[in-house]
Design a protein around this ligand. Structure first.
Ligand code: ATP
Ligand code: MG
Length: 565
């Protein structure tokens, strides 16, 4: 492709509202333009990258046995009413009315459409399993669209849905797609982890998120420094074994602690370590009050709490509720002499002669000993911390930030039951189909690649997703030798199946070089002073390495470079 006939509007300045690298560079290098908050056009270079990512996704999905289809973005409200999500999805769902005043939504996701489609067409176990996918535009009116393509209101997703007669069949597809997703992100060149994610009541192994490691990520991942264990921070179990000190149990004592509320205040006022403080928090677990205890230096993980009680709603009681239920304010509550159910994190078991609130304003107990002074049930209830042992027994936990680019999830019968998607089993009995759903944020993946691959000068596209393989430029297109050699190389490389972008513009060399660095194709060929001898300069964008190459050896040299990347 000739650059003069492309549409690559590069920018010298960093756009004011773009605060992360990928957003800045995709705008500056002319890959995308914003039309409204969270809504983007993909310019020709951006579209090429998107297409490459899509093709990798397609190959891997097809290879796993999934079949492509295409569903409408415009969805009638009746489907969403059937699943119940018309009422629960909230303002993220873009809703609208047609000319007959009927309610519609722009698809945020397609469980409803696909479940109704399959329900109407598939009646027998003989037609299962069935895995369908599409690559399509999704609409979500995000509260905070930001970071360019990372969180848009209109974005491109690959979404797949599988339908099964048995749980084993779902497990099998889940594993295949798990592998397919790993292949996709590896082929995109990304440094990523598949992390155990929260699946609500379904338990840990039934959902994974694929996270690209990046400081701009919104999720925290806890991963092992030696194995491939990785989990969303709220999902990682704590397997630390706590040692009880040999201290003798002292007598429980109430002490006056005027105005000392927080763990910091109490521990410094009483001159004891935070590890000896018992942090007591009043939660409402499906409306029932429960006192939750963790060590002063730990934090309660409410997802663990929710899973322990198999609850739907877990929330911290407000200051007023705490006062009403316990009769003391938030900083003075504790487990001694209370009738409320108490659960404690495992670490509390090892507390000897600890400190806790006395359920009386401005008083704390010292020399508190669990079991002796209050009855309690133990469970793993705290957030994992860096330095804790990895739950798989290998290595130590480290934290990293991640961008979620993919999600695989065992849905079970959530939608098939609500929408009556049944099949007849071998015995002629109607059963709800067992489902899985699997998403990849295709446009988000493109941004995540840009976020992971850039330097001071611009982007650094990995070879499998680069918009072109080679950037060819002549320093002076008015020079006969240079112009004709550039044209000759352009045609011969194209014949050799390289995808070449040729900068044939009448621009100053400085402008051409700067644009070339910004766009970030893996290899640059510069035709300059030695054109008459058939010699050009080849530069590897990633390393900056340069070499002079004769035109006859060019194809071979470029192939070797690309293979090495
Ligand atoms: P997030 O927690 O980031 O909002 P999600 O849990 O809502 O993501 P899913 O509903 O699982 O996301 O969607 C599947 C994939 O679509 C995600 O893994 C992500 O890669 C992508 N995605 C979700 N929301 C957006 C968005 N607003 N912009 C771009 N991509 C998105
Ligand atoms: Mg979301």
């Amino acid at each position: 492709m000739k650059q003069s006939s492309m549409f690559i509007p590069t920018l010298r300045e960093v756009p004011a509202d773009a605060d992360i690298k990928s957003h800045q560079l995709l705008l500056r290098a002319g890959f995308i333009r914003q039309t409204a908050s969270g809504v983007y056009s993909y310019l020709p270079l951006g579209k090429k990258v998107l297409q490459k990512v899509e093709n990798i996704v397609r190959e891997e999905m097809n290879n796993a046995g999934a079949v492509e289809l295409f569903m409408p973005a415009l969805q009638q409200s009746e489907l969403w009413q059937e699943s119940g999500r018309w009422y629960t999805y909230g303002p993220e769902l873009m809703r609208m009315k047609d000319r007959h005043d009927r309610d519609f939504a722009l698809g945020a996701t397609h469980e409803e459409v696909i479940t109704s489609l399959v329900r109407d067409e598939v009646k027998s176990y003989k037609r299962l399993p069935l895995t369908l996918y599409q690559i399509q535009t999704k609409f979500r009116d995000e509260k905070r669209p930001r970071f360019g393509l990372l969180r848009g209101r209109e974005f491109i997703m690959k979404d797949a849905y599988s339908f099964h007669a048995t749980k084993e069949s779902l497990d099998e597809m889940y594993d295949k797609l798990f592998t397919a997703y790993s292949n996709v992100f590896r082929r995109c060149g990304l440094n990523f982890r598949a992390v155990i994610a929260d699946s609500g009541a379904m338990g840990g192994k039934d959902t994974h998120e694929f996270m690209v490691l990046s400081d701009v990520g919104e999720d925290t991942i806890a991963y092992s420094d030696t194995s491939d264990y990785a989990a969303n921070i709220e999902m990682a179990p704590v397997v630390t074994s706590y040692q009880k000190s040999g201290e003798t149990l002292a007598e429980l004592q109430k002490v006056y602690t005027e105005n000392q509320k927080t763990i910091e205040e109490v521990s410094s006022f009483l001159d004891i370590s935070a590890e000896k403080c018992i942090k007591s928090l009043l939660f409402k677990i499906d409306e029932k009050p429960v006192l939750v205890l963790v060590r002063g230096d730990h934090e309660v993980n409410d997802i663990k709490l929710k899973n322990l009680f198999e609850a739907s709603i877990v929330e911290l009681a407000s200051a007023e509720e705490t006062k009403e239920i316990i009769g003391a304010t938030v900083g003075s509550i504790g487990p001694v002499n209370t009738k409320i159910e108490i659960v404690a994190d495992e670490a509390i078991k090892a507390v000897v002669n600890g400190v806790c609130g006395a359920n009386e304003e401005d008083y704390h107990f010292i020399n508190v000993n669990p079991e002796r002074d209050f009855k309690v049930q133990y469970a793993d209830l705290r957030f994992i911390l860096e330095g804790d042992p990895s739950p798989d027994g290998n290595g130590t936990i480290t934290f990293a930030k991640g961008i979620e680019v993919g999600h695989v999830f065992k849905l079970g019968t959530r939608y098939s039951e609500a929408m009556n998607a049944t099949f007849l089993d071998e015995n002629g009995r109607a059963q709800a189909m067992i489902m899985g759903c699997y998403g990849i944020g295709v446009s988000r993946t493109m941004a995540a690649i840009a976020e992971q691959f850039n330097d001071e000068q611009g982007l650094l596209w990995p070879k499998n997703v680069t918009p072109f393989d080679v950037h060819l430029l002549a320093i002076n297109m008015k020079d006969e030798n240079q112009a004709s050699l550039a044209e000759e190389i352009y045609s011969s490389l194209k014949n050799d199946r390289f995808d070449v972008l040729m900068d044939d513009r009448q621009e100053r060399p400085g402008v051409k070089f700067a644009d070339s660095e910004l766009i970030g194709l893996p290899v640059r060929i510069t035709v300059g002073k030695k054109a008459a001898e058939g010699i050009v300069e080849v530069k590897i964008r990633k390393t900056g390495e340069m070499q002079e190459v004769h035109k006859d050896e060019l194809a071979q040299t470029i192939q070797t470079i690309i293979d090495s990347l």
